[in-house]
Design a protein around this ligand. Structure first.
Ligand code: MRU
Length: 344
């Protein structure tokens, strides 16, 4: 299953995640506008997958540019980057990927060279993401005990990355090491990424899984039925505070109250050294209809006010460790996060 890939003739190929788990359908996007719309519309989601898709969107803008005027190409690329940057504000991998693509364009000379270099860079970002997830999986699996019952929130799997996943990468690697007894997948209201995507990935991998409503996690922990929580992240601030899917903060508080280890798995591209702490992380607020309506059916009165922040921020002190492809920051803080971010 390839979440995001580049089509040689000049297109970005994606799994349309809004159709899962009922239909596995690929779409091919041939304009940067359609790539931006796919990100906004959650056809592709998950911080690393958004970054890879945005990089490919930039490559598409270069490939589709007609002519050999470098100045005009620059302004086409600036417009493409602006459009893509406006899609989703929290996942920092998006901005990281756009910066990387802009840097490659700036140093590539002729229009033809820019086209080639940008396609190559976007493919490299995709490959690197899969490698990073595998390394995260290997580091994370070592932290879990035998016969672990692991709870996860949202979808931080192959579908949220270029492949393999971050939190699900840890679970995959731990399963291969014989350490997973069961995974509890939070359904993850309002979008239900846990029910629609994580449960789907776990079923495909034959990993024993139980779907729970988000508000059931506390009781499971109180009964001693959760050995660890593993989640992804959309942005990790310089002090280790992190944003992830709404509901993550509550889960971290519950885990602390019950003495359950709480792990965050994310590539270094999710670390934002320019944001000192969680207070500086921009949280995306999404359309209230996502809360009002489930699968086309209205579930509350029209006059009810709705609040729909897509993410929340968890303080670093609630995380047992942050697992990256460069190693693990135990009891994350400004020093060990900086060490990982700067390590080569
Ligand atoms: O709104 P989404 O589905 O893009 O949110 C995804 C998450 O919150 C993931 O946990 C995060 O991006 C990490 S994905 C490896």
């Amino acid at each position: 299953m390839e979440t995001v890939s580049w089509v040689k003739s000049g297109a970005v190929r994606l799994i349309d995640q809004t159709l899962l788990p009922n239909k596995l359908q690929y779409i091919e996007l041939k304009t940067v506008e359609s790539v931006a719309a796919a990100i906004v519309g959650m056809k592709v989601r998950g911080a690393p997958a958004i970054g890879v898709t945005a990089a490919m969107g930039m490559a598409l803008a270069a490939v589709k540019f007609r002519g050999a005027d470098r100045e005009k190409l620059n302004s086409a690329l600036d417009s493409a980057a602006e459009l893509l940057a406006a899609t989703r504000p929290t996942a920092v991998n998006l901005f990281w990927a756009l910066d990387r693509m802009k840097y490659v364009a700036a140093k590539s000379g002729s229009v033809e060279n820019v086209r080639k270099a940008m396609v190559a860079e976007a493919e490299k970002i995709r490959r690197e993401d899969v490698e990073a997830c595998r390394a995260i999986g290997a580091f994370g699996a070592k932290l879990l005990k035998k016969n672990s019952r692991v709870l996860t929130h949202c979808n931080a799997g192959g579908l949220a990355t270029a492949g393999y996943g971050t939190a699900l990468g840890v679970i995959r690697a731990a399963r291969d090491a014989g350490k997973i007894e069961r995974v509890y997948a939070d359904e993850t209201r309002p979008w239900l990424q846990g029910a629609k995507l994580t449960a789907f990935e776990l079923a495909m991998e034959n990993i024993p899984a139980t779907l729970i409503c988000d508000n059931m996690a506390g009781a499971l922990m109180a009964r001693g039925e959760v050995d660890a929580v593993v989640v992804g992240a959309d942005r990790i601030a310089a002090n280790g505070d992190f944003a992830n899917k709404t509901g993550t903060y509550g889960l971290a508080v519950l885990a602390r109250a019950h003495g359950v280890p709480f792990y965050v798995a994310a590539p270094v591209s999710t670390i934002d050294m320019a944001t000192p702490d969680g207070a500086g992380i921009v949280i995306e607020t999404r359309d209230e209809r996502e809360v009002r309506i489930i699968n086309g059916v209205k579930i509350c009165p029209d006059e009810t006010e709705v609040y729909n922040p897509a993410f929340d921020v968890t303080p670093a002190e609630l995380a047992t460790a942050i697992i990256t492809e460069r190693g693990v920051a135990k009891a994350p803080n400004a020093n060990n996060i900086k060490r990982l971010a700067c390590k080569r």
